[in-house]
Design a protein around this ligand. Structure first.
Ligand code: PLP
Length: 392
């Protein structure tokens, strides 16, 4: 329990993220007939408005599920049991995607990673070149690995696939990259992109988004995996008529309508620039404290989340507990291999200079209270970074 209930809770995990008040209000509207014209028009309009956010002209589907459901849907609509997929394991979410693929009956070729850098496109090329029988049906890539704060170069992966002359499809998890980092579905030649509502979209969890390519639509139904609830066909129809094959989460759709309005008012380029500067300021604070971040390659540092390594022998989870207790701030925990070794500051979604400064101040004060050896001056370094950017 925080020391005092006054003031605002700081939600600094990399999803779910802060939901703007106007989106919360939009979701509080009275329920209506999900098969009536008002909902259908709104829902059909939303699916059109999602396309520019993925930079695609192809359909973008909405499913009532978390991102994990969208992973499963990508497999079940295009692949057969025993098909092979290739994935570089660069952190906990790519590891979970592997587990999901195996659970769906797929054969997985894993390229192990160090959890400190992104997907090595050369290794993808090598693995595809070695697949002379063309067994690999899809390459799976996590654009932003939320567990490590590392962003991978998707165009480089596409280039590697083309250089290998392999015709595997490319599936990209954009769950924590979309709207924080540029993503170009059509230009980058991605076949299936997967996203969720609870991060850059600034919505509660509960919706997943799936952007398709022409190829993905051709592959639809060619496999033998059961599609069940996640069948694309009726939901592709819903992108045109707004009528879903089940009861859609009406309130979340209203929230999504308003969230897209918020996004469009800021504009994509401004959103990417805002995320980049907040991430840079956070890294400046970490460097001033004398800590290391988990991401080692500068060009791969995430716009969405920064994972900070604790000094050896210091429990990151105990530290997060201190921060929550004293300052009512939730920091992200380490996951999988880096559990209790890193903590994460999410700077994704509805965040601005002062909200991130508040988070950094909370971390610096909590470090002091927890008695963790660090240099002071993180707050100052972050302020300098933000004000230098403003005056530039
Ligand atoms: N992929 C990435 C990159 C994620 O960050 C997450 C969740 O944080 C997931 C997949 C899983 O999504 P969900 O928890 O919405 O099922």
């Amino acid at each position: 329990m925080p020391t005092s209930p006054a003031g605002r809770y700081y939600l600094q995990v990399p999803g779910p993220t802060v939901v703007p008040d106007r989106v919360l209000k939009a979701m509080a509207m009275p329920m209506l007939d999900h098969r009536g014209p008002t909902f259908a028009n709104m829902a059909a309009g939303i699916t059109q408005d999602l396309k520019p956010l993925f930079k695609t002209k192809q359909p973008v589907l909405i499913f009532p599920s978390s991102g994990t459901g969208a992973w499963q849907s990508a497999f079940s609509n295009t692949l057969s049991s025993g098909d092979t997929v290739l994935i570089a394991e660069v952190g906990q979410f790519s590891a979970l995607w592997v587990a999901n693929a195996k659970d769906m009956g797929l054969n997985v070729i894993e390229i192990p990673g160090d959890w400190r850098s992104g997907i090595d496109a050369n290794k993808i090329e090598e693995a595809l070149k070695a697949d002379s029988e063309g067994k690999i049906k899809a390459v799976l890539a996590t654009h932003n690995e939320t567990s490590t704060g590392v962003t991978s170069d998707i165009p480089a992966i596409r280039k590697a696939m083309d250089a290998a002359g392999h015709d595997a499809m490319l599936f990209v998890d954009t769950i924590s990259s979309l709207l924080a980092t540029d993503y170009q579905h059509d230009a980058w030649g991605v076949d299936v992109a997967i996203c969720g509502s609870q991060k850059g979209f600034m919505l509660p969890p509960g919706l997943s988004f799936i952007a398709l390519s022409d190829r993905a639509q051709k592959e639809y139904g060619t496999g033998n995996l059961p599609r069940g609830y996640f069948d694309w066909a009726p939901v592709i129809t819903a992108t045109e008529n707004g009528l879903y094959p089940y009861t859609p989460p009406v309130s979340l759709f209203y929230g999504l309508r308003e969230a897209i309005n918020v996004i469009n008012e800021e504009g994509l380029d401004n959103m990417f620039a805002r995320h980049a500067r907040l991430a840079k300021a956070t890294r400046a604070a970490v460097a001033a404290w004398g800590f290391e971040i988990q991401s080692t390659v500068e060009s791969q540092h995430s716009n969405a989340v920064t994972a900070i390594r604790m000094p050896d022998g210091v429990s990151a989870d105990a530290f997060r507990g201190v921060a929550l207790e004293h300052f009512d701030i939730s920091l992200g925990g380490g996951l999988g291999k880096v559990a209790d070794k890193v903590f994460r500051i999410g700077h994704l979604g509805y965040q601005n200079d002062l909200s991130v400064m508040g988070a950094i101040a909370g971390v610096e004060m909590a470090l002091g209270i927890a008695g963790i050896k660090h240099e002071k001056g993180g707050v100052l370094a972050a302020m300098d970074s933000l004000s230098a950017d403003k005056s530039a």
